[in-house]
Structures are given as structure tokens and as C-alpha cells.
Design a protein around this ligand. Structure first.
Ligand code: C2E
Ligand code: MG
Ligand code: MG
Ligand code: MG
Length: 280
């Protein structure tokens, strides 16, 4: 056996991997129980429109409120939920919760409410033929107009084409917008932009992080806003943490920004307009 000849242990015998597999099985079972116990929560991060930083949209982000471990990050449990399939049920709950929340804000706040909510959807969800129909049902039963919903998918989730792209076409025919998340980090190809129905490019935080250095990251961020504008897409820059980054992005032509600088994810974000001018 090749692995034996090179003296490497069999990968599936590695104690570290065994532990990880055991851990995944345990978390998988816990996730199922947590969903039924109501231990998940959805928080919302503002997406602001420059120059006045008005909150035009929010991104829904799931949290696990674990009774002992406290708030668990989706980076830790979403991959597990994707692997064991629970993401289908959890994702449906997140979608419904987010749509209900926006309907509530729009009723309470009128024109001060965000216009749209963005919901992250994983490859596993898109692969289910019933997914677009489920979204249509949620829109119908919550009363949220389809134009108020954006579905965020990664390049990787749609890279293979097939069912995922069919699902996106179906969603779009309902009037839902499609955003390519973390753009520039996956199997990036500008070719995706004409094979996949897409409305929004979310330019990944890794480009924003080094935007002020005037190096390659800034060049790519600049190219991506040009491409967006040329193709009639909306660009959102993710992970904006400083005023300098916001300024540099604005200078490149970005008008929609998201990041801790404008607001962290919260159950009840601040929607009142924050002035970029200094206090009078
Ligand atoms: P994402 O969709 O790219 O979401 C953006 C992530 O960046 C969020 O992390 C957000 O809190 C974080 N972020 C936003 N602004 C900043 C910033 O200025 N600085 C830094 N350091 N981080 C910032 P979060 O909530 O931990 O989510 C991580 C990832 O987990 C998401 O990345 C998404 O891929 C996945 N995820 C979260 N919620 C859901 C969900 O409801 N369904 C699915 N399928 N995946 C989800
Ligand atoms: Mg996202
Ligand atoms: Mg992202
Ligand atoms: Mg991300």
C-alpha cells in the first residue's frame, strides 16, 4: 500500500482524525437537539449605503447559544450541519426567521427599516430540488416581497454548475436577488459571472483588509468594482473595519459597505442614520 511504503500512517487511522470524527458526530447530535430546544438565534449586520451610511440592508447570521459553551460561531458548526444534512432544516428556520424579522421591522419602522435582508445559503440547501419552492412558501406566508430578499451563495457552492445554478435561476424568477459571497476567494472565475445568475458581488474581506496599502489587493478591489459596474452588478465590500478603509473603497467607487466599522451583527441593530460629519 502506497501509504505504508512511504511510512505515512493511514489517514483514517490517525488518532487526531478519529477524535475529530467523534467530535463531529457529537456536535451533529447536539445541533439537532439545539434546533428543537430553540438554542439558535439570528443576528443582523448592517450593510450601509455611502456617503451617508444609511442602513439599506442587513445580513442574517446564525448563532448557537449553547447552554454551557456560550455563543458558538457558525464557522464552528455550519460545516458540521452541512455534512450531516441538518443545514437543510436549520437553514429553513433561519430563512423564515430572517424574513419574519424584516417584515416586523418594516411594519414598525417604515422608511427607516432596511429594504432588504441577505440570507446565507449553503451548497447542500441549493442541491435540494424543493429549495426554491420552500423560499417561495416562506415569502408567501410571511408576506415579504421577493425583492426584499437576497440569497448569498459562495462561488464554490455554484462552481460545479448543475442543480445549484438551476435553483438560482428559479429563485431569481421569483424576484429574489443572488449575491456571490466572499468573492475572490473560492474557485474564482470571472466566467462565473455569465454562467451564474447573479446580482451582487460581495468582495471578500481579505481585499478590504489591505485596501489602504496600494498593493495587489487594492488593484483587485479596483478591478472588481469596474467589473461590477460594467456588468450592471451591485458590489458590496465586506469586513470594513476602519474609516480609512471605507474612504479608500469609496474612492474606488464602492457605495455599499459592510463591516464592524459600521456595525457588528446584533439582534436589534441601530438603523437610525449616523452622520459622517462631526457633531455640531
Ligand atoms: P459570511 O457570510 O461571509 O459573513 C460575514 C462574516 O464576517 C460574519 O461572521 C461577520 O460577523 C463577519 N464580519 C463582518 N464584518 C466584519 C469585520 O469588519 N471584521 C471581521 N473580523 N469580521 C467581520 P460570522 O457571523 O461568524 O459568520 C461566518 C460565516 O459563517 C459566514 O460568512 C457564512 O459563511 C457562515 N454563516 C453564518 N450564518 C450562516 C447561515 O445562516 N447559514 C449558512 N449557511 N451559513 C452561515
Ligand atoms: Mg454572507
Ligand atoms: Mg462573506
Ligand atoms: Mg465569509
Amino acid at each position: 500500500h502506497a501509504a505504508k511504503e512511504t511510512g505515512e500512517p493511514y489517514r483514517h487511522w490517525s488518532p487526531a482524525l478519529d477524535e475529530r470524527a467523534g467530535e463531529h458526530a457529537r456536535i451533529g447530535a447536539e445541533l439537532q437537539a439545539a434546533l428543537h430546544a430553540g438554542h439558535f438565534r439570528v443576528v443582523y449586520q448592517p450593510i450601509v449605503a455611502m456617503p451617508d451610511a444609511r442602513v439599506t440592508a442587513v445580513e442574517a447570521l446564525v448563532r448557537w447559544e449553547h447552554p454551557e459553551r456560550g455563543t458558538v460561531s457558525p464557522a464552528q458548526f455550519v460545516p458540521v450541519a452541512e455534512r450531516n444534512g441538518l443545514i437543510v432544516e436549520l437553514g429553513a428556520w433561519i430563512m423564515r426567521t430572517a424574513c419574519e424579522q424584516l417584515v416586523r421591522w418594516q411594519a414598525e419602522l417604515g422608511p427607516d427599516a432596511p429594504e432588504r435582508v441577505s440570507v446565507n445559503v449553503s451548497a447542500r440547501q441549493l442541491a435540494r430540488p424543493e429549495f426554491p419552492g420552500m423560499v417561495a412558501d416562506i415569502l408567501a406566508s410571511t408576506g415579504l416581497p421577493a425583492s426584499c430578499l437576497t440569497v448569498e451563495v459562495t462561488e464554490t457552492a455554484v462552481f460545479g454548475g448543475g442543480q445549484a445554478v438551476t435553483a438560482l435561476h428559479h429563485l431569481r424568477s421569483l424576484g429574489v436577488r443572488i449575491a456571490l459571497d466572499d468573492f475572490g476567494t473560492g474557485h474564482s472565475s470571472l466566467g462565473l459571472l455569465h454562467t451564474v445568475p447573479v446580482d451582487v458581488l460581495k468582495v471578500d474581506k481579505s481585499f478590504v483588509d489591505r485596501i489602504t496599502e496600494a498593493g495587489r489587493h487594492a488593484v483587485i478591489a479596483s478591478a472588481l468594482i469596474q467589473v461590477s459596474q460594467g456588468l450592471g452588478l451591485t458590489a458590496v465590500a465586506e469586513g470594513v473595519e476602519t474609516a480609512e478603509q471605507a474612504q479608500a473603497l469609496y474612492a474606488l467607487g464602492y457605495r455599499l459597505l459592510q463591516g464592524y466599522y459600521f456595525g457588528k451583527p446584533a439582534a436589534e441593530p441601530e438603523f437610525t442614520r449616523r452622520s459622517s460629519a462631526s457633531p455640531a
